[in-house]
Design a protein around this ligand. Structure first.
Ligand SMILES: Cc1cc2nc3c(=O)[nH]c(=O)nc-3n(C[C@H](O)[C@H](O)[C@H](O)COP(=O)(O)OP(=O)(O)OC[C@H]3O[C@@H](n4cnc5c(N)ncnc54)[C@H](O)[C@@H]3O)c2cc1C
Length: 392
Protein backbone atom coordinates (compact mmCIF):
# COMPACT_ATOMS: atom_id res chain seq x y z
CA UNK A 1 0.00 0.00 0.00
CA UNK A 2 1.40 3.41 -0.97
CA UNK A 3 1.43 6.39 1.35
CA UNK A 4 -1.15 8.22 -0.72
CA UNK A 5 -4.27 6.93 -2.36
CA UNK A 6 -6.37 8.88 -4.84
CA UNK A 7 -9.77 8.06 -6.25
CA UNK A 8 -10.97 9.47 -9.56
CA UNK A 9 -13.18 8.60 -12.53
CA UNK A 10 -10.60 8.84 -15.32
CA UNK A 11 -6.81 9.02 -15.31
CA UNK A 12 -5.18 10.39 -18.47
CA UNK A 13 -1.52 9.56 -18.97
CA UNK A 14 0.22 11.99 -21.35
CA UNK A 15 0.00 15.78 -21.68
CA UNK A 16 0.09 16.46 -25.43
CA UNK A 17 -2.86 17.80 -27.43
CA UNK A 18 -4.63 14.42 -27.18
CA UNK A 19 -4.55 14.23 -23.37
CA UNK A 20 -5.30 17.92 -22.83
CA UNK A 21 -8.27 18.09 -25.23
CA UNK A 22 -9.67 14.92 -23.69
CA UNK A 23 -9.20 16.30 -20.18
CA UNK A 24 -11.29 19.32 -21.13
CA UNK A 25 -14.04 17.21 -22.69
CA UNK A 26 -14.26 14.74 -19.77
CA UNK A 27 -14.26 17.57 -17.24
CA UNK A 28 -17.15 19.22 -19.09
CA UNK A 29 -19.00 15.88 -18.94
CA UNK A 30 -18.68 15.87 -15.15
CA UNK A 31 -16.04 13.15 -14.75
CA UNK A 32 -13.37 13.67 -12.07
CA UNK A 33 -10.34 13.49 -14.32
CA UNK A 34 -6.62 13.78 -13.60
CA UNK A 35 -3.91 14.13 -16.25
CA UNK A 36 -0.39 13.05 -15.39
CA UNK A 37 2.53 13.54 -17.72
CA UNK A 38 6.25 13.14 -17.97
CA UNK A 39 8.28 16.18 -18.97
CA UNK A 40 6.55 19.32 -20.22
CA UNK A 41 3.14 19.68 -21.83
CA UNK A 42 3.25 19.02 -25.56
CA UNK A 43 6.79 17.64 -25.39
CA UNK A 44 7.40 15.30 -28.33
CA UNK A 45 5.00 15.80 -31.19
CA UNK A 46 2.45 18.50 -30.29
CA UNK A 47 4.99 21.28 -29.72
CA UNK A 48 6.76 20.24 -32.96
CA UNK A 49 3.56 20.26 -35.05
CA UNK A 50 3.08 22.79 -37.83
CA UNK A 51 -0.38 23.55 -36.45
CA UNK A 52 -2.26 23.09 -39.72
CA UNK A 53 -5.91 22.14 -39.25
CA UNK A 54 -6.28 20.15 -42.46
CA UNK A 55 -9.72 19.95 -44.00
CA UNK A 56 -9.27 16.55 -45.65
CA UNK A 57 -9.35 17.93 -49.20
CA UNK A 58 -8.05 15.46 -51.76
CA UNK A 59 -5.63 17.95 -53.29
CA UNK A 60 -2.60 15.71 -52.87
CA UNK A 61 -4.21 12.63 -54.39
CA UNK A 62 -4.82 11.12 -50.94
CA UNK A 63 -7.93 9.20 -50.03
CA UNK A 64 -10.42 11.70 -48.66
CA UNK A 65 -10.41 11.70 -44.88
CA UNK A 66 -14.00 12.21 -43.81
CA UNK A 67 -13.22 13.01 -40.15
CA UNK A 68 -10.87 15.79 -41.19
CA UNK A 69 -13.50 17.57 -43.26
CA UNK A 70 -15.30 18.86 -40.15
CA UNK A 71 -12.14 19.95 -38.31
CA UNK A 72 -11.58 23.52 -39.57
CA UNK A 73 -15.11 24.44 -38.44
CA UNK A 74 -14.76 22.51 -35.18
CA UNK A 75 -11.50 24.30 -34.29
CA UNK A 76 -12.85 27.68 -35.41
CA UNK A 77 -15.73 27.29 -32.95
CA UNK A 78 -13.28 26.64 -30.10
CA UNK A 79 -10.97 29.43 -31.20
CA UNK A 80 -13.94 31.81 -31.15
CA UNK A 81 -14.89 30.59 -27.65
CA UNK A 82 -18.28 29.37 -28.95
CA UNK A 83 -17.76 25.80 -27.77
CA UNK A 84 -15.45 23.87 -25.49
CA UNK A 85 -12.57 23.82 -25.10
CA UNK A 86 -12.46 27.61 -24.95
CA UNK A 87 -9.38 28.51 -27.01
CA UNK A 88 -10.31 32.16 -27.48
CA UNK A 89 -6.99 33.30 -25.99
CA UNK A 90 -5.05 31.44 -28.71
CA UNK A 91 -5.39 33.55 -31.87
CA UNK A 92 -4.65 31.50 -34.99
CA UNK A 93 -1.41 32.25 -36.83
CA UNK A 94 -3.15 32.13 -40.22
CA UNK A 95 -6.75 31.82 -41.35
CA UNK A 96 -5.84 29.97 -44.57
CA UNK A 97 -2.96 27.95 -45.99
CA UNK A 98 -1.84 28.74 -49.51
CA UNK A 99 -0.95 26.18 -52.14
CA UNK A 100 1.62 27.05 -54.76
CA UNK A 101 1.74 25.24 -58.10
CA UNK A 102 4.99 26.28 -59.79
CA UNK A 103 4.85 27.03 -63.55
CA UNK A 104 6.45 23.74 -64.60
CA UNK A 105 3.49 21.67 -63.33
CA UNK A 106 1.40 19.79 -65.94
CA UNK A 107 -2.10 20.90 -66.97
CA UNK A 108 -3.64 17.60 -65.76
CA UNK A 109 -2.80 18.39 -62.18
CA UNK A 110 -4.16 21.89 -62.53
CA UNK A 111 -7.46 20.54 -63.87
CA UNK A 112 -7.75 18.39 -60.71
CA UNK A 113 -7.12 21.39 -58.52
CA UNK A 114 -9.65 23.49 -60.42
CA UNK A 115 -12.34 20.87 -59.84
CA UNK A 116 -11.61 21.10 -56.14
CA UNK A 117 -11.71 24.86 -56.34
CA UNK A 118 -15.23 24.62 -57.73
CA UNK A 119 -16.28 22.62 -54.71
CA UNK A 120 -15.48 25.58 -52.49
CA UNK A 121 -12.69 24.13 -50.36
CA UNK A 122 -10.06 26.16 -52.18
CA UNK A 123 -10.08 29.19 -54.39
CA UNK A 124 -7.52 30.61 -56.78
CA UNK A 125 -5.80 33.71 -55.40
CA UNK A 126 -5.60 36.75 -57.72
CA UNK A 127 -2.04 37.46 -58.81
CA UNK A 128 -1.92 40.88 -57.14
CA UNK A 129 -2.30 39.13 -53.75
CA UNK A 130 0.62 36.70 -54.23
CA UNK A 131 3.41 36.80 -51.63
CA UNK A 132 6.80 38.20 -52.73
CA UNK A 133 8.45 34.81 -52.81
CA UNK A 134 6.33 33.78 -55.84
CA UNK A 135 5.09 37.13 -57.15
CA UNK A 136 7.79 37.35 -59.83
CA UNK A 137 7.13 33.89 -61.28
CA UNK A 138 5.98 33.73 -64.89
CA UNK A 139 3.09 31.30 -64.76
CA UNK A 140 2.17 29.09 -61.83
CA UNK A 141 -1.02 29.14 -59.77
CA UNK A 142 -1.72 30.03 -56.17
CA UNK A 143 -4.73 28.73 -54.26
CA UNK A 144 -6.11 29.50 -50.81
CA UNK A 145 -7.21 26.48 -48.79
CA UNK A 146 -9.75 26.14 -46.00
CA UNK A 147 -7.02 25.29 -43.48
CA UNK A 148 -6.36 27.43 -40.41
CA UNK A 149 -2.94 27.35 -38.74
CA UNK A 150 -3.13 27.32 -34.96
CA UNK A 151 -0.55 28.66 -32.51
CA UNK A 152 0.28 25.37 -30.75
CA UNK A 153 2.11 26.84 -27.70
CA UNK A 154 -0.87 29.20 -27.17
CA UNK A 155 -3.34 26.29 -27.48
CA UNK A 156 -1.40 24.25 -24.91
CA UNK A 157 -1.25 27.30 -22.64
CA UNK A 158 -5.02 27.85 -22.88
CA UNK A 159 -5.79 24.21 -22.06
CA UNK A 160 -3.30 24.20 -19.21
CA UNK A 161 -4.70 27.43 -17.75
CA UNK A 162 -8.23 25.99 -17.75
CA UNK A 163 -7.19 22.78 -15.99
CA UNK A 164 -4.03 23.49 -13.97
CA UNK A 165 -5.61 21.90 -10.86
CA UNK A 166 -6.12 18.64 -12.71
CA UNK A 167 -2.66 18.34 -14.32
CA UNK A 168 0.42 17.00 -12.60
CA UNK A 169 3.93 16.00 -13.64
CA UNK A 170 5.41 12.63 -12.72
CA UNK A 171 9.16 11.96 -12.64
CA UNK A 172 10.77 10.60 -15.84
CA UNK A 173 12.09 7.57 -13.96
CA UNK A 174 8.98 6.81 -11.90
CA UNK A 175 7.73 3.25 -11.54
CA UNK A 176 4.38 3.15 -13.35
CA UNK A 177 2.41 -0.01 -12.77
CA UNK A 178 -1.11 -1.10 -13.61
CA UNK A 179 -1.59 -3.30 -10.57
CA UNK A 180 -5.10 -4.41 -11.47
CA UNK A 181 -7.30 -3.81 -14.48
CA UNK A 182 -10.81 -5.15 -14.75
CA UNK A 183 -14.12 -4.00 -16.13
CA UNK A 184 -14.93 -2.44 -12.75
CA UNK A 185 -11.90 -0.16 -12.69
CA UNK A 186 -8.17 -0.22 -12.20
CA UNK A 187 -5.53 0.52 -9.63
CA UNK A 188 -2.43 2.30 -10.91
CA UNK A 189 0.76 2.52 -8.87
CA UNK A 190 3.09 5.47 -9.47
CA UNK A 191 6.05 5.27 -7.11
CA UNK A 192 4.46 5.65 -3.67
CA UNK A 193 1.07 6.72 -4.94
CA UNK A 194 -1.91 4.52 -5.69
CA UNK A 195 -4.67 5.76 -7.96
CA UNK A 196 -7.99 4.00 -7.94
CA UNK A 197 -9.70 4.94 -11.15
CA UNK A 198 -12.77 3.78 -13.05
CA UNK A 199 -10.94 4.18 -16.39
CA UNK A 200 -7.45 5.13 -17.55
CA UNK A 201 -6.36 6.46 -20.95
CA UNK A 202 -2.87 6.18 -22.41
CA UNK A 203 -2.44 9.31 -24.54
CA UNK A 204 1.34 9.47 -24.35
CA UNK A 205 2.29 9.56 -28.05
CA UNK A 206 5.62 7.78 -28.46
CA UNK A 207 5.31 6.68 -24.81
CA UNK A 208 2.19 4.58 -25.49
CA UNK A 209 4.14 1.49 -26.56
CA UNK A 210 6.02 1.22 -23.28
CA UNK A 211 2.87 1.89 -21.27
CA UNK A 212 1.01 -0.81 -23.20
CA UNK A 213 3.82 -3.32 -22.62
CA UNK A 214 3.78 -2.46 -18.91
CA UNK A 215 0.03 -3.10 -18.85
CA UNK A 216 0.55 -6.50 -20.51
CA UNK A 217 -1.05 -5.35 -23.78
CA UNK A 218 1.65 -6.43 -26.23
CA UNK A 219 -0.92 -7.02 -28.98
CA UNK A 220 -1.70 -3.27 -29.15
CA UNK A 221 1.19 -1.33 -30.64
CA UNK A 222 1.95 1.96 -32.32
CA UNK A 223 4.11 2.82 -35.30
CA UNK A 224 6.50 5.66 -35.69
CA UNK A 225 7.11 7.72 -38.85
CA UNK A 226 10.15 9.99 -38.62
CA UNK A 227 10.47 13.55 -39.92
CA UNK A 228 13.47 15.85 -40.17
CA UNK A 229 12.10 19.40 -40.19
CA UNK A 230 14.05 22.46 -41.35
CA UNK A 231 13.95 25.74 -39.39
CA UNK A 232 14.97 29.16 -40.70
CA UNK A 233 15.37 32.16 -38.41
CA UNK A 234 15.27 35.85 -39.34
CA UNK A 235 12.75 35.71 -42.21
CA UNK A 236 11.29 39.14 -42.96
CA UNK A 237 7.75 37.94 -43.71
CA UNK A 238 5.64 35.01 -42.52
CA UNK A 239 4.51 32.35 -45.00
CA UNK A 240 1.93 29.57 -44.76
CA UNK A 241 2.17 27.52 -47.93
CA UNK A 242 2.25 24.04 -49.47
CA UNK A 243 4.60 23.91 -52.47
CA UNK A 244 3.29 21.24 -54.80
CA UNK A 245 5.11 19.20 -57.44
CA UNK A 246 4.33 16.05 -59.37
CA UNK A 247 4.62 13.95 -56.21
CA UNK A 248 1.26 13.33 -54.46
CA UNK A 249 2.75 14.87 -51.28
CA UNK A 250 3.67 18.56 -51.01
CA UNK A 251 7.38 19.06 -51.71
CA UNK A 252 7.65 21.57 -48.87
CA UNK A 253 5.06 22.79 -46.39
CA UNK A 254 6.03 26.04 -44.70
CA UNK A 255 4.47 27.57 -41.60
CA UNK A 256 5.81 30.53 -39.65
CA UNK A 257 6.11 31.77 -36.09
CA UNK A 258 6.86 35.32 -34.92
CA UNK A 259 10.26 35.65 -33.18
CA UNK A 260 9.13 38.59 -31.01
CA UNK A 261 11.63 40.93 -32.71
CA UNK A 262 9.74 41.68 -35.91
CA UNK A 263 11.12 38.70 -37.82
CA UNK A 264 9.76 35.17 -38.27
CA UNK A 265 10.90 31.60 -37.99
CA UNK A 266 9.99 29.51 -41.00
CA UNK A 267 9.30 25.87 -40.16
CA UNK A 268 9.52 23.56 -43.14
CA UNK A 269 8.01 20.08 -43.44
CA UNK A 270 6.53 18.05 -46.30
CA UNK A 271 8.49 15.69 -48.55
CA UNK A 272 11.68 17.57 -47.75
CA UNK A 273 11.34 16.53 -44.09
CA UNK A 274 10.27 12.95 -44.93
CA UNK A 275 13.20 12.37 -47.27
CA UNK A 276 15.49 14.35 -44.96
CA UNK A 277 15.49 11.57 -42.36
CA UNK A 278 18.33 9.94 -44.31
CA UNK A 279 20.40 13.14 -44.20
CA UNK A 280 22.65 14.75 -41.61
CA UNK A 281 21.52 18.23 -40.50
CA UNK A 282 24.19 19.89 -42.66
CA UNK A 283 23.27 17.87 -45.75
CA UNK A 284 19.55 18.53 -45.23
CA UNK A 285 20.18 22.27 -44.88
CA UNK A 286 22.10 22.25 -48.17
CA UNK A 287 19.23 20.40 -49.88
CA UNK A 288 16.64 22.73 -48.34
CA UNK A 289 18.48 25.85 -49.51
CA UNK A 290 18.50 24.56 -53.11
CA UNK A 291 14.92 23.29 -53.03
CA UNK A 292 13.42 26.44 -51.49
CA UNK A 293 15.35 28.69 -53.90
CA UNK A 294 13.89 26.64 -56.77
CA UNK A 295 10.31 26.53 -55.42
CA UNK A 296 10.18 30.11 -54.12
CA UNK A 297 12.47 32.10 -56.42
CA UNK A 298 11.56 35.44 -54.85
CA UNK A 299 12.27 34.42 -51.23
CA UNK A 300 14.94 36.54 -49.55
CA UNK A 301 17.16 34.44 -47.29
CA UNK A 302 19.83 37.06 -46.60
CA UNK A 303 20.84 37.20 -42.95
CA UNK A 304 18.92 34.05 -42.01
CA UNK A 305 20.02 31.17 -39.76
CA UNK A 306 19.30 27.49 -40.49
CA UNK A 307 18.82 24.45 -38.24
CA UNK A 308 16.93 21.14 -38.26
CA UNK A 309 14.73 19.19 -35.86
CA UNK A 310 14.29 15.41 -35.99
CA UNK A 311 11.08 14.04 -34.47
CA UNK A 312 8.88 10.94 -34.82
CA UNK A 313 5.16 10.90 -35.47
CA UNK A 314 3.60 8.27 -33.17
CA UNK A 315 0.47 6.63 -34.53
CA UNK A 316 -1.47 3.38 -34.19
CA UNK A 317 0.17 0.62 -36.23
CA UNK A 318 -1.31 0.66 -39.74
CA UNK A 319 -1.11 -1.62 -42.77
CA UNK A 320 2.27 -1.33 -44.48
CA UNK A 321 3.34 1.45 -42.12
CA UNK A 322 1.03 3.86 -44.00
CA UNK A 323 -0.58 6.82 -42.28
CA UNK A 324 -3.79 5.83 -40.48
CA UNK A 325 -6.87 7.61 -41.80
CA UNK A 326 -8.23 8.91 -38.50
CA UNK A 327 -7.83 9.10 -34.73
CA UNK A 328 -7.86 5.76 -32.91
CA UNK A 329 -9.06 4.78 -29.43
CA UNK A 330 -9.01 1.10 -28.36
CA UNK A 331 -10.12 -0.28 -25.03
CA UNK A 332 -8.72 -3.13 -22.91
CA UNK A 333 -10.44 -3.82 -19.57
CA UNK A 334 -10.71 -0.38 -17.98
CA UNK A 335 -7.87 0.92 -20.11
CA UNK A 336 -7.99 2.84 -23.38
CA UNK A 337 -5.09 3.63 -25.67
CA UNK A 338 -5.46 6.75 -27.81
CA UNK A 339 -3.60 8.22 -30.78
CA UNK A 340 -4.95 11.33 -32.55
CA UNK A 341 -2.78 10.68 -35.69
CA UNK A 342 -3.03 14.43 -36.31
CA UNK A 343 -3.25 17.38 -33.98
CA UNK A 344 -6.28 18.46 -36.01
CA UNK A 345 -8.07 15.25 -35.00
CA UNK A 346 -7.82 15.74 -31.21
CA UNK A 347 -11.58 16.53 -31.05
CA UNK A 348 -12.43 13.32 -32.94
CA UNK A 349 -10.22 11.33 -30.58
CA UNK A 350 -11.91 12.84 -27.52
CA UNK A 351 -15.33 11.93 -28.97
CA UNK A 352 -14.18 8.34 -29.56
CA UNK A 353 -12.91 7.97 -26.00
CA UNK A 354 -16.14 9.47 -24.67
CA UNK A 355 -18.14 6.99 -26.71
CA UNK A 356 -16.24 4.08 -25.10
CA UNK A 357 -16.95 5.52 -21.64
CA UNK A 358 -20.64 6.01 -22.48
CA UNK A 359 -20.94 2.43 -23.74
CA UNK A 360 -19.39 1.28 -20.45
CA UNK A 361 -22.06 3.40 -18.70
CA UNK A 362 -19.45 5.25 -16.69
CA UNK A 363 -21.04 7.40 -13.98
CA UNK A 364 -19.17 10.07 -12.03
CA UNK A 365 -18.26 8.63 -8.61
CA UNK A 366 -16.70 9.80 -5.35
CA UNK A 367 -13.28 11.32 -5.84
CA UNK A 368 -10.28 12.70 -3.97
CA UNK A 369 -6.76 13.48 -5.12
CA UNK A 370 -5.10 12.87 -1.75
CA UNK A 371 -1.34 13.45 -1.75
CA UNK A 372 -1.25 13.61 -5.57
CA UNK A 373 -1.99 17.34 -5.34
CA UNK A 374 1.58 17.77 -4.08
CA UNK A 375 3.10 16.54 -7.35
CA UNK A 376 4.70 19.33 -9.41
CA UNK A 377 2.85 21.15 -12.21
CA UNK A 378 4.41 20.80 -15.66
CA UNK A 379 5.46 23.78 -17.79
CA UNK A 380 4.61 24.18 -21.48
CA UNK A 381 7.30 22.71 -23.76
CA UNK A 382 9.28 25.19 -25.86
CA UNK A 383 8.96 24.94 -29.65
CA UNK A 384 11.98 23.47 -31.50
CA UNK A 385 13.06 26.83 -32.96
CA UNK A 386 13.41 28.22 -29.44
CA UNK A 387 15.64 25.31 -28.45
CA UNK A 388 18.27 25.81 -31.18
CA UNK A 389 21.72 26.33 -29.64
CA UNK A 390 23.55 27.34 -32.82
CA UNK A 391 21.98 28.55 -36.10
CA UNK A 392 24.18 27.85 -39.13
C1 LIG B 1 6.99 17.68 -37.31
C2 LIG B 1 5.52 17.40 -37.12
C3 LIG B 1 4.58 18.23 -37.70
C4 LIG B 1 3.22 17.98 -37.55
N1 LIG B 1 2.33 18.85 -38.09
C5 LIG B 1 1.01 18.65 -37.91
C6 LIG B 1 0.07 19.57 -38.44
O1 LIG B 1 0.43 20.59 -39.04
N2 LIG B 1 -1.26 19.31 -38.24
C7 LIG B 1 -1.68 18.21 -37.58
O2 LIG B 1 -2.90 18.03 -37.48
N3 LIG B 1 -0.81 17.31 -37.05
C8 LIG B 1 0.52 17.52 -37.20
N4 LIG B 1 1.42 16.64 -36.66
C9 LIG B 1 0.93 15.49 -35.89
C10 LIG B 1 0.62 15.91 -34.45
O3 LIG B 1 1.69 16.67 -33.92
C11 LIG B 1 0.39 14.69 -33.57
O4 LIG B 1 -0.58 13.84 -34.14
C12 LIG B 1 -0.12 15.10 -32.18
O5 LIG B 1 0.58 16.21 -31.67
C13 LIG B 1 0.02 13.94 -31.22
O6 LIG B 1 -0.39 14.38 -29.95
P1 LIG B 1 -0.29 13.44 -28.67
O7 LIG B 1 -0.88 14.19 -27.56
O8 LIG B 1 -0.85 12.10 -28.99
O9 LIG B 1 1.28 13.18 -28.44
P2 LIG B 1 2.45 14.12 -27.94
O10 LIG B 1 2.26 15.52 -28.37
O11 LIG B 1 3.72 13.45 -28.36
O12 LIG B 1 2.32 14.11 -26.37
C14 LIG B 1 2.61 12.99 -25.58
C15 LIG B 1 2.79 13.44 -24.14
O13 LIG B 1 2.92 12.28 -23.30
C16 LIG B 1 4.05 12.42 -22.46
N5 LIG B 1 4.57 11.08 -22.14
C17 LIG B 1 5.31 10.27 -22.93
N6 LIG B 1 5.53 9.10 -22.29
C18 LIG B 1 4.90 9.18 -21.09
C19 LIG B 1 4.75 8.29 -20.00
N7 LIG B 1 5.31 7.07 -20.00
N8 LIG B 1 4.05 8.69 -18.92
C20 LIG B 1 3.48 9.94 -18.90
N9 LIG B 1 3.58 10.81 -19.90
C21 LIG B 1 4.28 10.43 -20.99
C22 LIG B 1 5.01 13.30 -23.27
O14 LIG B 1 5.97 13.95 -22.45
C23 LIG B 1 4.03 14.29 -23.92
O15 LIG B 1 3.71 15.35 -23.02
C24 LIG B 1 2.79 16.87 -36.79
C25 LIG B 1 3.73 16.03 -36.20
C26 LIG B 1 5.08 16.30 -36.34
C27 LIG B 1 6.06 15.40 -35.66
Amino acid sequence: MGNSRARIDVLIVGGGIAGLWLLDELHRCGYATLLITKGNLGQGQSIAAQGIIHGGTKYFGETSVADLAAMPERWRASLAGDTGPDLSTASPLATAMQMWLPPQLGGGLLAGFSQKAMRGRMREAPKDTWPNCVAGATGGHLFELDEIVVDVPAILTALHAAHADRIRQIPDDCAFEVTSNGRQGAVIGIDDYEIETQFFVFAAGAGNDELLRGAGMKQLQGQSRPLHQVMISGMKTPLYIHCVGKNPKPLATITSYPDGQGRHFWYVGGLLAEQGIEQTPDALIRTAKQELARLLPGADFTGTGWATHAVNRAEPAHRGGLRPTSATAKSFGSGIVAWPTKLALAPVLADKVLEILRQAELEPGPHELGGLVDLPRPAIARPPWQEVGQWS
